[in-house]
Ligand binder design. Sequence first.
Ligand SMILES: [Zn+2]
Length: 756
Amino acid sequence: MRMSKHIKKALDAFLDNMVKQKKTILTFDEYLAMATENPRHIFRNHFRFFHDVIKENILPDEDEDKNDPERIGFLRYDSSKLFEVDFDRPFFSDTLLNNKLVKAAETMYNSAQQNKIYIISGPPGSGKSACINNLLQKLEEEANSKNKQRFEILWKIDKRRLGKCVDKNNVIACKMQESSNTDPEDNIIEIPCPNHDLPILIIPKQYRVKYLKTLFENNKEFLTELGKKNYEWLFNDRCCTICESIFWNLFDMLGLEATLQMLYAQYYEFNRRLGKGITVFNPDDTEPKNPIISDATIQAELDKLFKGDYKVHYAYSKYAMVNYGFYILMDIKKKNENRLEELHNILSEGIHKIGFVEEKVNSIFIAVMNPEDLPANKGNAKESILSGKSFQDRQEFIKIPYILDPEKEISTYRATNECDFGKYFLPRVLLNFAKIVISTRMQKEIKSLNEWIGNTRKYLKYCDKDLMLLRMDLYKATIPKWLLEEDKKKFNASTRRKIISEAMEAEGSEGCSGRDSVRLFYKFYSLHKEPEKLIDMSMLIAFFKGKHEELAKTPIPDGFLDSLVKMYNYSVLQEIKESLFYYNEWQISRDVQNYLFAIFEDEGAEKICSYTGDKLKITDDLLAEMENKIIGKNIAHEQHNNFRKNTAKRLSIVLAEEIVGQKDKKITDTALYKELQDSYFNALKEKVLEPFWDNKSFRMAIKDYGKKDFNTYDERIKTNVNYLMKNLQKKFNYSENGAQEICIYAIDENIIEQFS
Ligand SMILES: [Zn+2]
């Protein structure tokens, strides 16, 4: 019998895991050899580790426009690897949040400030616990994966070697019994560092600079990097008191070489359930009676080896278990309030004492909170803890708001039901459902946005008065096409930065919660789901004009629904235009290139265009004719001159900078070319509908499309209607019925008039 593929795959994965679980133990020399080969990998602390996990699992969109000179690094990201794929409860993170997380990880790594507490807050139903849980699951997986594993100290002390030096150093070790056992392993005591120290930290601090310089004398590049702030820890951190005592005891007895021979490096394994590397406390979790953790077997062995003043106390706390790892308080309530207070004391002191011994504390601390528990809300228990001065500069707030990206919002509906509901909707109607929900989560006003746009009345034809529809685009790093040229020009880097940071601070902190919106969606969907009739805008608007308890507290902003219909109509019109529009891309491109060539040539000259190979006779008329095409209308003489002068000026800069700078860059790759091409294209498109829509037969033919009567129309009309229907399906995902329906809608609603 053949093993089914399915079982075989599962078994392979299992065996693969078993191999992974086998611990690799390296000698200190092997560890150093690995470090010299790949120092960035081996000398990786928890900040670097966190940074790498975030950056490798939140991936920037490759198509991002690198030509935009005003870009601010606000990118579209794909965070599905971090939050969605292979999780029981996927979390959906939108562009704003992804940017926030990437930035937080970068700041965390670059500032390398130890012992900060990251306070993560989000309104109820924003999915913050799914966010944290998935993040922790990923951190755990990555920490144990081959390419991210980090090393920690493991002592393997050979009793026989110590026994021999008993006479020379009579107070340190007692004479070992000569073992009759032939297995040498029985003479080895293994002592793992409970603080998960990196093996390199065993080199005493005062010698470490010199040591590392020697180690990397052939790697100038890394030596320079070592001078940076984010490697300060490598020189400043000390290993724990346990390792330090063992090191100096052995050193006294055996000297450096033999001591280092007993030092090994093993993988730092994360195990959330055992509290290793990651520990998560819930409000009801109790603390053990004795906060000091020890290991009687190891302690007994150590006591046999080291006596008196040389005694090593193998004792540590819960903080040691997550050294160079993550300590999380999930929700600051009940017992977690005490834990937060304890953390407050430790972090403001910088150390933690167990008994008489100082324990170092060096982890990433995260507290998850509800917004009403934040210190800004006076009078609650956490206020006094969190607003203490010494604690204040140790706090970093990260807000997890409700989703503000319509497509991500739809993903949350999809996650709760496997059904492919998209096919029951006319295109964009589903997206508009999400936009209505999101409108309840938005602030009435974003100051920096209003400063930028000024009077919002110019957009009332298709956008809401609070410009929420514009914001929804901007927040997913999209600049909508309908934005006026004057506003596009003013949308510079500093404006963008202000808007995005204001949005990150203010938007999405109230409104219809994630849970409520899913419920609302299924209410709507089950009402209208029908194979015969696609769900359209009128159904959507009628639904939201009704009363819903999910929206009782935070209603849809006044006028938003009307504006949404206007925007919908505008978009439908664009789709129809584009679908009916036959354009010759080749011709447009040729015209623009010829124009850019001709602009610098002398009047009357006959030239071969170096871009296209076309033979041109340069005349004022030729340039003017092309300008009319690009601008889209016949313009006055003076305007021709201005346009030409301006274009020539920009072209000379482009030729000097862009093309010379990048050898293989063509004129068609430049921003100037693209702008002229777009303008040409849009000018053509604007005029496309006139001859058709004014024709009554054409409108009748659309209504008769698919019926017998359609055959009675003349060939030219039939061809054009067919062309329109095909393109609506191909370019805009309409079904055949949907394409016809939307055209009839456009005729009945007279949407051309609305935007003329
Ligand atoms: Zn240690």
